[in-house]
Design a protein around this ligand. Structure first.
Ligand SMILES: Nc1ncnc2c1ncn2[C@@H]1O[C@H](COP(=O)(O)OP(=O)(O)O)[C@@H](O)[C@H]1O
Ligand SMILES: [Mg+2]
Length: 228
């Protein structure tokens, strides 16, 4: 298999207008990053250092002030927004601190959703979603709605959903930030296992040093750049 980066960015700069509107907040000041297939990278940094901003940019959810993002070696900005959204749905899985599951749908339906959007046959989407939910220990919870699940279970559903379309990479923004130690360990163990089974790369934003220690590389976002 190719060992070329599946995701990279060059010289990412991001400024926000300051509250008063007359100045600029320089949040990212030239971030360079490369991630190879099945690699797991942790990004740590104090609150407000720009970790979420960077992850959104890498996932094509937000645009940098300057710089470029490449998926499979191709700049994502050459695509029209609709095409970029399609590519994102097929290549990138997101996991956020709060699960963002659709409350009116069951766990199974939530996990099937990305596949249905992609145009996968209903029966195939269902098969993949039940497999993933079982893999995440939720085989008995397929027809529960998010409100009927515990916080840890909700987060496992959202991880399963991130994997539905066999993405090359998962972008996880403090996915265990709301969970207790036991749930955190449980979820991370699964994530690391699945990384091998599914050959998926992961960028994991975390506050916890112990979690970062389990990743292949840890970077600290500090003063707008990544330090190793
Ligand atoms: N849309 C926005 N407009 C203005 N400022 C923003 C916006 N999004 C984030 N920021 C600011 O950028 C900084 C970095 O935010 P964020 O990326 O969420 O940090 P982190 O995830 O590391 O805690 C913060 O100071 C935040 O207030
Ligand atoms: Mg954040």
């Amino acid at each position: 298999m190719s060992n070329k980066p599946i995701l990279s960015c060059s010289d990412i700069t991001k400024n926000f207008k300051s509250e008063s509107g007359d100045g600029e907040l320089r949040i990212l000041r030239g971030v360079n990053l490369q991630i190879k297939p099945a690699e797991v990278i942790a990004i740590v940094g104090s609150s407000g250092s720009g970790k979420s901003t960077l992850l959104h940019i890498l996932g094509g959810l937000d645009r940098p002030t300057r710089g470029d993002v490449y998926w499979h070696g191709e700049s994502i900005y050459k695509h029209k927004p609709d095409r970029l959204a399609e590519l994102r749905n097929e290549n990138v899985g997101f996991v956020f601190q709060f699960h963002h599951l659709l409350p009116e749908f069951t766990a199974l339906e939530n996990v099937m959703m990305p596949a249905l959007i992609k145009g996968v046959r209903y029966s195939d989407a269902e098969k993949r979603a039940s497999y993933l939910l079982e893999r995440f220990g939720l085989g008995e919870r397929l027809n529960h709605r998010p409100s009927q699940l515990s916080g840890g279970e909700q987060q496992r559903v959202s991880m399963a959903r991130a994997l539905t379309n066999h993405p090359a990479i998962i972008l996880a923004d403090e996915p265990t930030g709301n969970l207790d130690e036991k749930n955190t360990d449980n979820i991370l163990q699964l994530l690391f296992q699945l990384r091998k089974e599914e050959n998926v790369a992961i960028i994991l934003i975390t506050h916890e040093k112990e979690i970062a220690g389990k990743c292949d590389i840890t970077y600290t976002l500090h003063n707008g750049i990544l330090e190793s």
